[in-house]
Design a protein around this ligand. Structure first.
Ligand SMILES: NC(=O)c1ccc[n+]([C@@H]2O[C@H](COP(=O)([O-])OP(=O)(O)OC[C@H]3O[C@@H](n4cnc5c(N)ncnc54)[C@H](O)[C@@H]3O)[C@@H](O)[C@H]2O)c1
Length: 335
């Protein structure tokens, strides 16, 4: 990518962020963000990736508060014990645990799934939340560009390896749900199928936006697969808005300064940011309905290109090759 294209990608990402911040500020001044209320979810089991921090922590806490058995899948070993203890104390729910899962390593993801399956638990909700943003150019254990590898491919593999358990755990009228956290930056993302790893040239902004765009395409194709199979599992997307978390540690210093000075006012709190994920995970209004892009607990349209089934199919096929799993959608859609 030329320096000019990289600058354009950065400007587009910042423009989306600025527009969202203004919209959030207006909303806070006019009617505020109102915490949604959900009914208890006893006997339900959820996995939340990246649940030790930020939006994932709030999501795990809110699901635990509803009585769910919550498994935090994370790579932040050092925080895990303290986080689990805090959530247990806050929610009076003892069924909260941490299992190590480094999404930057396919081996770690497979080990996580194996450990989880050995527990013989059902799985009703999988929240694909973990992410990195605008990190310097570096690769995962398997040699994938980090945004693409952690944000997208890691969750692609994790979801595929857990699909059988989700399928067994869902029931007609009470589907299991896959909730994947995307971002408004997907609206300015471009999928470069010829260079998904950004290896010929690198822009952290373009790579982050591409990973979030890939998650949207993946979710729609997953939903098409689930619908074609007629199984009681749905897949939707949650867009949290602009949220005051540590995700911004690698952004331009000016943005970090604005966040430090005004974040408390113009950004959502992590709890507010988690509401759309929790809504997607438990609201009865979405029973049996997948393939939705949700923002502020409402359905909205994602980027037009994300509805292109051919683009979804191409990305899915390539992702299967990269992660070494069988492309089950090929036989499903050729029948
Ligand atoms: N904060 C925002 O404004 C915002 C906006 C849109 C979308 N999002 C999305 O929300 C999600 C959560 O972000 P956040 O704001 O809470 O950020 P955060 O930095 O507070 O939390 C990210 C979490 O992901 C985990 N993670 C990172 N790399 C991992 C890996 N290799 N394996 C396993 N876990 C890993 C971290 O340990 C951490 O728990 C991300 O997907 C992000 O893209 C955030």
């Amino acid at each position: 990518m030329s320096p000019l294209s990289a600058a354009r990608a950065a400007l587009r990402v910042y423009a989306v962020g600025a527009a969202l911040v203004v919209a959030q500020l207006l909303r806070r001044c006019v009617r505020g963000f109102v915490e949604p209320v959900f009914s208890p979810q006893p006997e339900r089991v959820a996995i939340v990736t990246g649940g030790t921090d930020g939006i994932g922590y709030s999501t795990a806490k809110q699901l635990a508060k509803l009585g769910m058995h919550v498994i935090i899948a994370g790579n932040n070993d050092s925080k895990a014990q303290d986080v689990v203890r805090r959530i247990k104390e806050d929610t009076l729910n003892d069924q909260v645990e941490f299992l190590y899962c480094d999404l930057a390593s396919m081996r770690s993801i497979r080990e996580f799934v194996q450990t989880f399956k050995m527990k013989k638990l059902p799985l009703h909700v999988l929240v694909n939340n973990a992410g990195v943003m605008m990190v310097p150019q570096r690769t995962t254990d398997d040699g994938f560009e980090e945004h693409f590898g952690v944000n997208y491919l890691g969750h692609f593999l994790l979801t595929n390896l857990l699909l059988d358990t989700l399928q067994e755990s869902g029931a007609p009228g009470r589907s299991a749900r896959v909730v994947t956290v995307s971002s408004a930056t997907h609206y300015v993302g471009e999928l470069n199928l010829d260079d998904l790893q950004s290896s010929t040239s690198y822009s952290a902004h373009a790579a982050y936006a591409q990973s979030k765009l890939a998650l949207v395409l993946f979710t729609y194709h997953l939903q098409a697969l689930l619908s074609a199979r007629g199984v009681p599992v749905t897949a939707s997307l949650a867009d949290p808005g602009v949220v005051d978390t540590d995700l911004y540690r690698h952004v331009f210093w000016g943005t970090r300064l604005v966040k430090k000075l005004l974040g408390w006012w113009v950004f959502k709190t992590p709890d507010e940011g988690a509401w759309t994920s929790v809504y997607a995970a438990v609201t009865p209004a979405l029973e049996g309905l997948g393939g939705r892009y949700l923002y502020n607990e409402r359905e909205t349209r994602s980027l037009e290109a994300t509805y292109d089934p051919e683009l979804q199919r191409q990305l899915w096929a390539r992702s299967c090759q990269l992660t070494g799993i069988t492309d089950v959608t090929r036989e499903t859609f050729s029948e």
